[in-house]
Ligand binder design. Structure first.
Ligand code: IVH
Length: 682
């Protein structure tokens, strides 16, 4: 039943307020007043109502937390109050100078507030009548980019303020730092690494890892797709408030009010009646800061009293009443003991330095990456050298320079010519800096990598088998390839330390259940070079089963839409290799699914009458694979791109402009989603 507009409006208001409140309680006070299920239900209800009555959607609607909007280019917006920076200090003497300048200009006593200096991206938020209306980056200090929809995905930034305090100025500007928590940074990098393994196997270019949390936060904020921003969980601390008139006498009061209004204010600020207290605060956090969930690069020291701030005033770029104390990027010296050449899951060789253990930025460092042969040459480093060590972005330790060579003469650091694991001669692909071991049939880390790929979530999704377990089973000789997984025995696993009845049962059940996975996933899981998820799906649909695929010639393979010669040749090579054929036979024997059994290619109709179709953009409720399947089921042929041979381009949401333009130039017929559905479901 669709509600009338009045009742929908009331319910939308009620749900918006309620969900925003639950959100605040959950993300800032860590209290769950409702179950996840209940919460999702409310959000779903709101989203349904908003879809039915888009004009009633409120600007503070929590449905924006998940993103959804695409910004072509960010608007440039002028700041109400310029965004200044702070002058930096590095020593006790600098701090004494700062204190003396204040003493000269301020009458009577004064207090400082010391805060942590969060290492992220400065943001300015505008609230009108308690509702977040604009989020602007620093830019040049006078004007910045408006990134409001991205900022709305940050759960600790209130979309509407807690209005129980009636003192909130009608137009309010707050300033804070958007950051990426260290754990989130590591999670994303682990994901990129895993994805790169697959990309490398497919011969695709790897994606770069995020360099450090600050760059990651900055890059994410500038992403044009707010849904992508929502997936990277940024966070924000607020540390300043500005308005035409403020109801406070000092900064401590302002921080307390900000918290009351619903902002996340760090707990670690401290009122410091003397410079000595400030110095103690600096000492306290010098090492403790490494235990925080985010990066900090120093301390900010501010005069507490607003009248005194006014008396002190500003220089051209920064306030005279505040200063930043920056901790030195810690650099330590240690000895390079040896270098291991690690073979990655895809055969890539990485030199890793073994160091005399040393404390650096809160952790004991024993190893550091040397990246590749070029880096070793650049540093001119030898075994036995004393080297300088720093944490790049304070996360990954790195050797920055050689301090001195060993007095006894160093040992030159030669890059190996053969794989340290399997002794196959290494190769370097043209234009690449990394060396690779080409022996993907018996090089142990590569075999482990192949098994990991096989069980991956996007392949056979055997969740009960983690990387560590696979490695243990491999080292025990239980598994050498993916077919061995299906011959694992309960007693074997139970004989290992740490494996109990229940975990053993889970592992074997997980493996057994993988037999239910569709043919396309099995095909992808095999790890055939250049056969990614979507190619596997296309092949499964086109050939229907393994026998047809195995029998296909190069010519018939390239006839499949989107299969080029490179993929076709890789498939032929794979099936012709006797070791692969043997593994396939065993997998068939173990009951894996080698037939495409979905509703696919059951011809539903002939509405598309043998014409060639290409689907572009997104279609609500249907993946691209779904759409391709629907075209084929209804008698259409699929094209791989826009060309004169294409009969119809079906255009969904957010379709790429270049395809549309080309289709227009070639006079290809374009069809909207509605027309398409009407055609096949008359
Ligand atoms: S107060 C007038 N407090 O450091 C500037 N800034 O160069 C008032 N920052 O752009 C800034 N943590 O992005 C302040 N607790 C903190 C801070 C902080 C980090 C950043 C901010 C600013 C830069 C100063």
């Amino acid at each position: 039943m669709t509600p009338n507009k009045d009742s929908a409006g009331r319910r939308i208001q009620e749900l918006t307020r309620l969900i925003n409140r639950y959100n605040h309680l959950y993300y800032q006070d860590h209290i769950s007043e409702v179950s996840d299920f209940e919460f999702d239900k409310l959000l779903q209800e709101l989203s349904t109502l908003e879809n039915a009555f888009p004009e009633l959607k409120l600007p503070q609607s929590p449905t924006q937390r998940v993103g959804g909007s695409i910004t072509k280019s960010f608007n440039t917006v002028k700041h109400d109050f310029p965004m200044l920076s702070l002058s930096n200090t590095y020593s006790d003497e600098d701090l004494n100078d700062f204190n003396e300048r204040i003493q000269k200009d301020v009458v009577g006593t004064y207090e400082f507030v010391s805060e942590l200096k969060f290492d992220g991206v400065a943001i300015s938020l505008v609230y009108e009548n308690g509702i977040l209306t604009q989020a602007i980056t620093r830019g040049d200090g006078e004007q910045g980019d408006e990134v409001t929809s991205n900022i709305k995905t940050i759960k600790t930034i209130p979309l509407e303020l807690n209005k129980s305090d009636t003192n909130i100025p009608s137009r309010l500007v707050v300033r804070g730092e958007v950051f990426m928590p260290k754990a989130e940074f590591e999670r994303i990098n682990a994901e990129i690494l895993q994805d790169n393994q697959e990309r490398e196997r497919l011969g695709k270019k790897s994606n770069n890892l995020l360099a450090n949390p600050r760059n990651a936060a900055s890059g994410t904020l500038k992403n044009q797709d707010a849904s992508a921003v929502a997936k990277r969980r940024l966070d924000c601390y607020i540390y300043d408030v500005l308005a035409e008139e403020l109801p406070f006498q000092n900064h401590a009061q302002a921080l307390a009010a900000l918290r009351l209004w619903g902002f996340q204010v760090s707990n670690h600020y401290q009122l410091c009646p003397s410079l000595e207290d400030v110095k103690n605060y600096i000492k306290l956090w010098e090492h403790q800061r490494f235990d925080l969930p985010l990066d900090t690069d120093g301390i900010v020291i501010k005069i507490n009293d607003y009248t005194q701030r006014k008396d002190l005033g500003f220089t051209a770029k920064s306030p005279r009443w505040a200063i930043a104390y920056k901790y030195k990027a810690e650099s330590v010296r240690t000895t390079l003991l040896s270098v291991n050449f690690q073979v990655g899951r895809t055969g890539k060789i990485t030199p890793v330095a073994n160091l005399k253990p040393i404390l650096l930025a809160g952790t004991t460092v024993k190893r550091a990456t040397l990246h590749n042969a070029n880096e070793i040459a650049r540093l001119g480093v030898e075994i036995g050298d004393t080297v300088f060590l720093e944490k790049g972005g304070e996360i990954i330790p790195k050797i920055t320079a050689v301090d001195s060579h060993s007095p006894r003469g160093g040992k030159p650091l030669d890059f190996p010519s053969v794989c340290p694991e399997c002794h196959t001669e290494l190769q370097r692909r043209e234009g690449e800096v990394d060396f690779f071991c080409p022996n993907d049939r018996s090089c142990p880390p590569q075999l482990i990598g192949q098994i990991e790929h096989f069980v991956h979530r996007k392949a056979l999704n055997i969740e009960s088998l983690g990387g560590k377990t696979i490695e243990t089973f491999f080292k025990q000789g239980f598994i050498k390839n993916v077919a061995d997984l299906y011959e694992l025995k309960t007693e074997q696993i139970l004989s290992l330390d740490g494996f109990k009845e229940q975990s053993t049962k889970n592992i074997l059940e997980g493996i057994a259940n993988s037999r239910k996975q569709p043919f396309s996933k099995v095909l992808f899981a095999l790890g055939i070079r250049f056969v990614g998820e979507s190619v596997a799906e296309k092949l499964a649909i086109y050939f229907g089963n393994l026998d047809n695929l195995r029998a296909a010639t190069l010519e018939s393979l390239v006839e499949v839409p989107e299969i080029g010669e490179r993929i076709a040749q890789s498939l032929i090579d794979y099936f012709q290799t006797p070791e692969n054929a043997a593994i396939l036979e065993r997998l068939i024997g173990h009951g894996l699914n080698f037939t495409h059994t979905q509703t696919v290619m059951q011809k539903v109709g002939d509405a598309l009458g043998g014409k060639t179709y290409l689907v572009t953009g997104s279609f609500e409720g249907h993946s691209r694979e779904d759409m391709d399947r629907i075209v084929r089921e209804n008698g259409g042929k699929l094209a791989s791109g826009v060309s004169a041979k294409l009969d119809v381009l079906v255009v969904g949401d957010k379709a790429g402009a270049s395809k549309l333009k080309k289709a227009e130039q070639l006079g290809v017929r374009m069809m909207s989603a509605q027309e398409f559905w009407a055609l096949i479901k008359p």
